[in-house]
Every structure is written in structure tokens, then in C-alpha cells.
Ligand binder design. Structure first.
Ligand code: HEC
Length: 263
């Protein structure tokens, strides 16, 4: 009797994980990123390439509405020059404030726009959630600003989703119309069409634009948008360790001095 209960529980646990395993997605792929570990830092070139991938590919469907243009030239990020950052901002059209007549639409009914400035945030691709869903088979492309923080597996998850297309769905997955098989996404089918192909973008620094490279770079960029102050945090942690070590040394020396004559 004493042993029957634990045995029963163990058996029940085995049965339930077997049932779950049948329905769950794969764990994210184990790729390495320069920013992992206590001394990790972002690779500037990868951040700049990843920004390019976001801008030229992902921004057609996904917003990035917590990121302001002025962060693009700050230290710890992609570190574009100030002129480059301003040019990036000016390349976007932002909803304008009401004009002198109080209108926000022109005579033809179009929303009044103005060029972006460094203090603006990335504008999203759709006017509202319904428009986004209508264009995406009913699914909502989530805002990507914090996606790396919000999902288990972080950058590895994002990388795995982007490189996880193209396999034949196994017999147990009933594909719904307009969905794509992706074993890394919960439910293993996703409404996002495979967004990346080889040479989808042309990198200025001459890096070969394979799907793998594009996915790795954009996952790096989205890690920075999720945690723009990571490098500062790690530096501070390191400085605090050095300080504590020095303090321990000083305390030890004063301890020796105070007790010097006590014997
Ligand atoms: C044609 C539109 C489109 C493009 C382009 C696109 N996506 Fe998506 N994406 C979607 C939609 C729609 C979903 C929601 C899928 C669902 O819920 O089934 C999605 C989901 C995702 C998810 C999973 C989010 C989650 O909830 O876990 C990630 C990560 C993602 N996209 C990243 C990207 C990145 C990075 C790019 C650029 C390389 C990109 N997407 C390009 C439409 C798009």
C-alpha cells in the first residue's frame, strides 16, 4: 500500500507526458548568440543587419511600437550614426497632428502624414487590429518589441520559428487552410507564411544573406529591442563584483590591524 501510491503517481505522470508529447511543438534549436552569458554583448554588425531584415521583411506585418528611432544611435544598440538614425526616422510616415482647420484627413479622405523624427516610435503596418487580422488569415501578427522576453526560449524561439518552415507535416497534424506547418510553433501550424528566403535582403557589409543568417540577425535585433540596456546591466554587475572584492580585501586588512595586539 505504501509503495502503491507513488507507483501509481509515477505511472499517471508517464501517461500524461506521453499524451502531451503527441501534441506539443519541438523545443527551440540550440544556436549560440554573442549576447549570452555574463560577459555577452550584442554584435553591432548583426544588430544593424537584423534591423535591415526587420525593416525590409517583417515590418510588412509586424509592428515595433515600443521602439523609438532615437535609440538606434545610442550606445549598447545598433549604434547607427546620428545622421543615419535621422535618415531612418525621416524615411517613415507618421500620422500628423490636426492641421489648422482641425482636420486629420485631406480633401481626398487620406490620413494626413508627416516625416518621422528621432522622438517618434516605429509606426505599425496596419490601421488597427481588424485590418491586421483581415490581411493575415484571421491571425494577428504580434508586436515584436518584446517578443524575445515574452516567449520561452527567447531569441532561440524566434530563430527556430523563422528557420522551421518547409518540412512535410506528419500524418497526425491536420493542416487547416491557409496555415503553414512549423514544428516550433505551439500547435505546429502557423498563419505566418515563411517570411525569409535566401537573398531576401542584400547586406551592405557583404555578409551572405542565407535564411539562417537573416534569422540569426533579426533574432539578435529583437533581443536588443526586448532588452536595450542589457550591456549596461552586465557592466554594472561586473563593476559591483570588482568593488565587492576590493572591499573584502580592505576589510580583511583592517581586521588584521584591529586584532594585531590582541594575542
Ligand atoms: C505576411 C505577414 C508576415 C510577415 C512578413 C512576417 N510575419 Fe511573423 N507572423 C505573422 C502572423 C500572421 C503571425 C501570427 C501567426 C499565428 O498566430 O498563427 C506571425 C507570428 C510570428 C511569430 C510567432 C509569435 C508568437 O506569438 O509566438 C514570430 C516570432 C514572428 N512572426 C516573427 C517574424 C519575423 C522576425 C519576421 C520577419 C523576418 C516576420 N515574422 C514576418 C505574419 C507575418
Amino acid at each position: 500500500m505504501r509503495i502503491a501510491l507513488p507507483l501509481g503517481l509515477a505511472f499517471a505522470a508517464m501517461v500524461s507526458t506521453a499524451a502531451l508529447a503527441d501534441d506539443t511543438n519541438l523545443p527551440p534549436k540550440d544556436v549560440s548568440f554573442s549576447f549570452e552569458g555574463p560577459f555577452g554583448h550584442y554584435d553591432r554588425a548583426a544588430l544593424q543587419r537584423g534591423f535591415q531584415v526587420y525593416k525590409e521583411v517583417c515590418s510588412a506585418c509586424h509592428s515595433l511600437n515600443r521602439v523609438a528611432f532615437h535609440t538606434l544611435d545610442e550606445s549598447g544598440g545598433p549604434e547607427f550614426s546620428e545622421a543615419e538614425m535621422k535618415a531612418i526616422a525621416a524615411g517613415y510616415q507618421i500620422d500628423a497632428d490636426p492641421n489648422e482647420q482641425g482636420d486629420i484627413f485631406d480633401a481626398k479622405g487620406n490620413r494626413l502624414k508627416r516625416a518621422g523624427t528621432p522622438s517618434d516610435y516605429f509606426p505599425g503596418p496596419f490601421a488597427n487590429e481588424n485590418a491586421a487580422r483581415a490581411a493575415n488569415n484571421g491571425a494577428l501578427p504580434p508586436d515584436l518589441s518584446l517578443i524575445v522576453k515574452e516567449r520561452a526560449g527567447g531569441a532561440h524561439y524566434v530563430y527556430s520559428i523563422l528557420t522551421g518552415f518547409g518540412q512535410k507535416p506528419p500524418a497526425d497534424v491536420k493542416m487547416q487552410t491557409g496555415m503553414y506547418y512549423n514544428p516550433y510553433f505551439p500547435g505546429r501550424q502557423i498563419a505566418m507564411p515563411p517570411p525569409l528566403t535566401d537573398n531576401q535582403v542584400t547586406f551592405n557589409d557583404g555578409t551572405k544573406a542565407t535564411v539562417d543568417q537573416e534569422a540569426h540577425d533579426v533574432a539578435t535585433f529583437l533581443s536588443w529591442t526586448s532588452e536595450p540596456k542589457m550591456e549596461e546591466r552586465k557592466h554594472l554587475g561586473f563593476d559591483v563584483m570588482i568593488f565587492l572584492l576590493a572591499l573584502s580585501g580592505l576589510l580583511y586588512l583592517s581586521y588584521r590591524r584591529v586584532w594585531k595586539d590582541a594575542h
